[in-house]
Design a protein around this ligand. Structure first.
Ligand code: PMV
Length: 326
């Protein structure tokens, strides 16, 4: 018997980084998913294999791999932590094998690690017949994100668990934003991987050195999100796009953009996009672009020349899903 779960990736539409300091953010689940297949193993080892071509076995704190690449343990450990969280939660001492397959590009701000953690928690819960509510899946998956970076807002796990477009504020109840129109998005990957923890830390340190101005920037981001909720709820994509451009400016001010991201934002504007901004931690990763309805292909083509790989994506209302296979 195998237990499977899938969970979606995400794009942050407004408010990243400032969300760590209690401001709201808007995040959308996207139609790219990670799948985890869990099977019971004899003993208590946790074996993890990924379609990145890496694999290894955790026996307590000891890790063994013969996949012979750098950083294998770091890449696989969040899935192991997610599985272990479920086993600890239900006082189980069991072995499990996890197979990870993902359509979400890794380490570029599209929530690949969260989707894997959420799907792992759900699959392991299903395998051992542990009944987990969506809230429990969310909170158990946070342990893995704490390993990835020490101070997560939880936004990625939230949207990966529940799907939809969410207004997220750390420690508060998430509300779903009902947008009456399609959100025509293009996401462009600079191809430069980055480390969320280092970028979150760089903003923390900038805030420490310039508390007054960074405080204003943070509050401005909060105001931007409030306006964004109103724009999305009425389907005013033009207003929402303008807010995305402004938000990119705030993230530049916070020091988390790079030239390749700025170039893509200008290229989006030149291609007639309604809005564009870096999405996620910055420092590389992706730009999210909001297009006029029907203009995604044209904008994506227009932006190819600026470098990067465009992906046409849609929002999805489907959060984590689990099932059993013989
Ligand atoms: O890891 P990313 O690129 O999805 O960024 C996460 C969003 C941040 O606001 C930068 C960090 C957080 O925990 O909210």
């Amino acid at each position: 018997m195998r237990a499977c779960a899938t969970a979606p990736g995400k794009t942050i539409l407004l408010g990243e980084h400032f969300v760590v300091y209690g401001e709201p953010a808007i995040v959308a689940a996207i139609d790219r998913r990670a799948k985890v297949t869990a099977e019971e193993l004899p003993g208590t080892a946790i074996h993890v294999a990924s379609d990145l071509g890496i694999f290894g076995t955790f026996e307590g704190e000891v890790f063994n791999t013969s996949s012979g690449q750098e950083g294998v343990r770091n890449t696989l450990e969040p899935a192991k932590i997610a599985a272990q969280s479920v086993l600890n939660h239900s006082n189980l001492k069991r072995g499990v094998s996890l197979r990870i397959e993902s359509e979400i590009p890794v380490a570029v701000g599209l929530g690949s690690s969260s989707a894997i953690s959420v799907a792992t928690v759900a699959a392991v819960g299903q395998l051992f017949d542990v009944s987990l509510s969506s809230e429990e899946i969310f909170s158990l998956s946070l342990d893995a994100e704490r390993f990835v970076h020490g101070n997560p807002s939880g936004i990625d796990q939230r949207v990966s668990t529940f799907g939809g477009i969410l207004l997220y504020r750390k420690g508060e109840r998430t509300t779903e934003i009902r947008c009456p129109v399609d959100l025509p998005l293009v996401i462009i990957n600079t191809g430069k991987n980055r480390n969320t923890g280092i970028l979150v830390e760089s903003v923390r340190s900038l805030r420490e050195r310039h508390p007054a101005v960074m405080g204003q920037l943070t509050r401005a981001a909060g105001g931007l999100v409030d306006e964004g909720v109103a724009a999305l709820s009425t389907g005013d994509l033009k207003a929402f796009g303008e807010l995305m451009y402004i938000n990119h400016g705030l993230l530049v001010s916070a020091g988390v953009s790079i030239e390749a991201l700025d170039r893509l934002v200008y290229a989006a504007k030149a291609s007639g996009a309604l809005g564009a901004k870096l999405t996620g931690a910055g420092g590389g990763g992706c730009v999210v672009v909001l297009c006029e309805p029907g203009a995604q292909t044209e904008v994506a083509e227009g932006m190819k020349e600026a470098g990067g790989e465009p992906m046409i994506v849609e929002k999805t209302g489907t959060g984590v899903q689990t099932w059993l296979e013989e």
